[in-house]
Design a protein. Structure first.
Lengths: 98, 255
């Protein structure tokens, strides 16, 4: 089953890349659409992993506060390392205090 | 890069090869570019590689606790190389779901890779064939995010592919090692640390730098909102629908 899913996943990853060959030019509207892919997918994953817990809403307020701090640090310093440290440190601090 | 040079060596006659080596130094310039780009890829991946680790541990521990053979569960990390899909499939196998349900769930969760494939396709189109048809194996959320960011200010295809190879391999290696450790360690990781929080933080660190203007912000806001509203849908479908809605919203806000 994992093998089947692995082959299928590889084909999905390959899909558009294999279709677009050398010399293909990307028109401005297509390019404008392509640059929205990363923010849209990543935001959906953040929402799914931070806000949701299974089918319901996550009730761990500590996660939201630490997540907000991490987002702020990321916005200000644009550093993945600083974001990770700030997020985990805030969470552990909150867990230790409350 | 060494492979590329050998190819040049075979295809050029001896005298021309010497003149290239004397005058142009094309090979060594390309090699320096590749090395620099590979280092940049590892550097960009480094903080996130650490975040992939707890995710892999969570998966490994889940394999250990399930009815799935630890070897099979570990091999999935090589075959599929996608955490969310592997975790959901594991859950279904453990619940005795039909194989078609297990496989299609994994594929639905990984359908978002088609979007990354599209986003990367214009850059990959300028890579040699053997790169174009092997690199996608390493395509993950993290690899796509850091590469798309790098490609904005790096146009050289040599630098672009070495950055992707180095960065994406770092994530893959972290995933393989951590899932094996998770299987071996079993429940040895203290629950109180809530290391699974590293997963959303990692995605936040990838997301925030992509928010640069009104359109990207609209895409992200709608993407997140629709993903939350779609919570009752099967795993992965809410993310896919959220992403598509977000992209559409971004395009509309551009008008």
């Amino acid at each position: 089953m994992f093998t089947l899913a692995g082959v299928g996943t590889f084909l999905i990853r390959m899909s558009v890349i294999s279709l677009v060959g050398r010399g293909v030019t990307v028109s401005p509207p297509v390019e404008a659409t392509l640059r929205l892919i990363a923010p849209a997918v990543l935001a959906a994953i953040v929402a799914d992993t931070l806000v949701l817990d299974g089918d319901g809403l996550n009730t761990e307020w500590t996660w939201f506060v630490a997540g907000a701090v991490a987002a702020g640090v990321s916005w200000r310093w644009r550093s993945a390392g600083a974001t990770m440290v700030a997020g985990m440190a805030t969470l552990w601090l909150l867990l230790a205090v409350f | 890069m060494r492979g590329g040079r050998r190819l040049v060596g075979r295809s050029l006659p001896e005298d021309r090869r010497r003149s290239v080596a004397r005058s142009g130094h094309t090979g060594s310039v390309e090699e320096a570019t590749a090395r620099r780009a590979a280092r940049a890829g590892v550097r960009a991946a480094a903080p996130l590689v650490i975040a992939v680790f707890p995710f892999g541990l969570v998966y490994g521990v889940a394999v250990g606790a399930s009815s799935v053979d630890p070897w099979v569960g570990g091999a999935a990390s090589w075959l599929i190389l996608a955490g969310a899909a592997q975790l959901s499939m594991l859950d279904l196998i453990d619940g005795d779901a039909a194989w078609i349900v297990v496989v299609s769930t994994g594929l639905v969760i990984n359908a978002r890779f088609a979007l990354y494939s599209a986003a990367l396709a214009p850059a990959f189109a300028r890579f040699p064939r053997r790169w174009r048809f092997t690199l996608p194996y390493l395509l993950t959320d993290q690899a796509a995010a850091i590469s798309l960011q790098y490609y904005e200010h790096q146009r050289d295809p040599v630098a672009r592919r070495w950055f992707f190879l180095a960065g994406a391999s770092s994530f893959a290696a972290s995933w393989w090692v951590s899932s094996v450790i998770g299987v071996l360690a079993g429940g040895g990781i203290p629950e109180a640390l809530q290391i699974s929080f590293a997963v959303p933080v990692m995605f936040l660190a990838l997301l925030v730098p992509t928010l640069r203007d009104r359109t990207t912000l609209a895409a992200a806001t709608v993407g997140a909102g629709v993903a939350i509203l779609g919570a009752p849908l099967p795993n992965g479908i809410n993310i896919l629908i959220g992403a598509l809605a977000g992209i559409a919203a971004g395009r509309v806000s551009d008008r």
